[in-house]
Design a protein around this ligand. Structure first.
Ligand code: BGC
Length: 567
């Protein structure tokens, strides 16, 4: 439990991501809900998490799993009501667990009333100016205003039919066409989001994860991007100077939001916080967490690194140095609802990107690494060993960390979902060539020996089918097994509260001399973490074992394993 008196709680916190559709299903309709989260708060408390972050729970037509919001001030009826949300926040706080929710400021749903008004209104109107509408190019305006590509594939522009029935203007959508981009140059939009922040802060929400926080503003030169620029999820290139990403205007907006969060300093919950989702090279990422801007930003280079000692060490060293340079803690993460689960990634011959201390941003790989990774076969048993070891590494590093629901159960990616069950818009927009992100969003297995494992009920299957092999991975079964992944996570998170060396701590890390493939570091006072990414067992230095990712033989750390020691 964290102290609610400590305004710096987030600098060391472990935050658990809840994807509400797939977390827990209280009413048995096959779809997770807020009451399900309330009923499983004991699971979260027993894990010793400091906070939860709930992915979008707002009313939404679900064109992109809820990241297409049609009302920013309510709860999706599938999930419950605002009263349920208030009850969840109150009960979580009683247990010492803070609650963050998702802010989706880059785009709304096309069903949002303001977008519907924009469609009905004329070009140049106040209603249209809340979104990014432009005339098309070409004689009849039938070419998109620029060649910009959507992250989900295809053009980032969609043409509308005007009130008189003729083809008309185009609107910008960096994601699906059902997700029109807001016009952040419009003060009305700025004011609306100020109000949305206050609406939830006033209800006791402790902070926001900001979706695609490096987007929002668009460069008004309306210049084409280089023609060879890749589009599509995973291969999108956010080169420096890209007209859609990381625009200088973000600084002012971030400071404005920070000031709103800081207005709550005098309240019982204290100042509120932000964590930004921005897949940017490290040196650009840390600008967003400079003093007075956002509190924290996910370190995705750590998540993306391949299972390789040199690559991980490079990411760790550069991340710690870059964040120290701006006075922010590093925010580590290995999983979320957009990426292949670490258990499956690390079981693949292509397990991520290769980071190296070379020229430029330190990355040496080809832009198609995610496609190669998705296509490569998975050794789940190997991946599960490595993912447990990676958890010991992540949770020993200075700063905060995020874990994604099911990570604590060692769940693997469901890579063989039937085609007709896939819901991710990427599947359709890629003409059924990229399967998308549903495989990490399959509902959690809670109990019992066969699907639906306590999620859904007779006649109400979970919204994505669970694999039968998860029978050995249910929370119920792992609770009773002292050697389970669940109990390992409980131990690690409890130790973070007990040991002063962990979390942000007072000292950084100091690397020990170790052979190639072994990462060993100490943190004061009295803590050591050793991770063996080599093929050979590694003789452990002395010290009491605090936690281990697998059983240890006679003072040896096996391959693909990690240990925490008192030093
Ligand atoms: C979210 C994705 C979502 C996208 C568009 C993100 O980065 O995490 O799940 O599809 O933003 O909102």
């Amino acid at each position: 439990m964290i102290s609610f008196d400590d305004p710096t709680w987030w600098r060391s916190a472990v935050v658990y991501q809840v994807y509400p559709r797939s977390f827990a299903d209280a009413d048995g309709d096959g779809i997770g809900d807020v009451r399900g989260i309330i009923e499983r708060l004991d699971h979260l408390a027993s894990l010793h998490v400091d906070a939860i972050w709930i992915s979008p729970w707002y009313p939404s037509p679900l064109a992109d799993g809820g990241y297409d919001v049609s009302d920013y001030r309510d709860i999706h009826p599938d999930f419950g009501t605002l009263a349920d949300a208030d009850e969840l926040v109150a009960r979580a706080h009683d247990l010492g667990i803070r609650v963050l929710i998702d802010l989706v400021p880059n785009h709304s749903s096309d069903q949002h009333p303001w977008f519907q008004q924009a469609l009905a209104a004329a070009p140049g109107s106040r209603e249209r100016n809340r979104y990014v509408f432009r005339d098309g190019r070409g004689e009849n305006g039938d070419q998109p205003p620029t060649n910009w590509g959507s992250l989900f594939g295809g053009s980032a522009w969609q043409r509308v039919t005007e009130a008189d029935g003729r083809p008309g203007q185009w609107y910008l959508h960096m994601f699906a066409p059902e997700q029109p981009d807001w016009n952040w140059d419009n003060p009305e939009v700025v004011q609306e989001f100020d109000d949305i922040l206050r609406f939830w802060f006033d209800r006791g929400i402790d902070g926001f994860r900001i979706d695609v926080a490096d987007s929002l503003f668009v460069h008004r030169g309306w210049v084409d991007t280089p023609v060879d620029q890749l589009t599509g999820f995973g291969t999108y290139q956010k080169f420096e100077g890209h007209p859609l990403w990381d625009q200088p205007e973000l600084e002012h907006l971030q400071k404005r939001w920070r000031a709103i969060a800081d207005e709550y300093a005098g309240t019982a919950l204290g100042p509120r916080i932000f964590v930004s989702e921005a897949y940017l090279p490290l040196q650009r990422l840390v600008r967003h967490v400079r003093p007075g801007r956002l509190h924290s930003s996910f370190n995705f280079e750590f998540l993306q690194s391949e299972w390789d000692a040199d690559s991980l060490r490079h990411v760790i060293d550069t991340s710690l140095a870059a964040h120290a340079g701006v006075g922010a803690p590093t925010t580590w993460v290995l999983n979320n609802h957009d990426v292949i689960r670490s258990v499956s990634r690390y079981g693949k011959p292509v397990s991520g990107r290769r980071f190296r201390a070379t020229a430029g941003d330190g990355v040496s790989d080809d832009p198609h690494w995610q496609e190669r990774m998705a296509a490569s076969p998975t050794d789940v048993a190997l991946g599960r060993r490595r993912a447990a070891a990676a958890a010991l590494l992540m949770l020993a590093l200075p700063g905060g960390a995020y874990i994604y629901q099911g990570e604590e159960l060692g769940l693997d990616e469901v890579e063989d979902l039937p085609d007709d069950s896939l819901q991710d818009p990427i599947w359709v927009r890629s003409q059924h060539t990229v399967r998308g992100r549903d495989g990490c969003r399959v509902p959690l297995p809670w109990s019992g020996t066969h699907a639906p494992f306590g999620f859904g009920s007779a006649g109400h299957d979970p919204w994505l089918p669970q694999p039968g092999r998860w029978a050995t991975l249910t929370a119920e079964r792992q609770d009773a097994d002292p050697a389970s992944t669940l109990n390992l996570y409980r131990t690690l998170l409890a130790l973070r509260h007990e040991l002063p060396a962990l979390g942000e701590g007072t000292a950084g890390i100091s690397w020990d001399a170790a052979p190639a493939g072994v990462l060993s570091f100490t943190r004061e006072p009295g803590f050591r973490c050793v991770v063996n990414l080599s093929d050979a067992p590694y003789p452990l230095p002395g010290g009491r074992t605090l936690a281990a990712s697998c059983p240890l033989d006679e003072g040896m750390l096996p391959a693909d394993a990690a240990v925490w020691l008192s030093a």
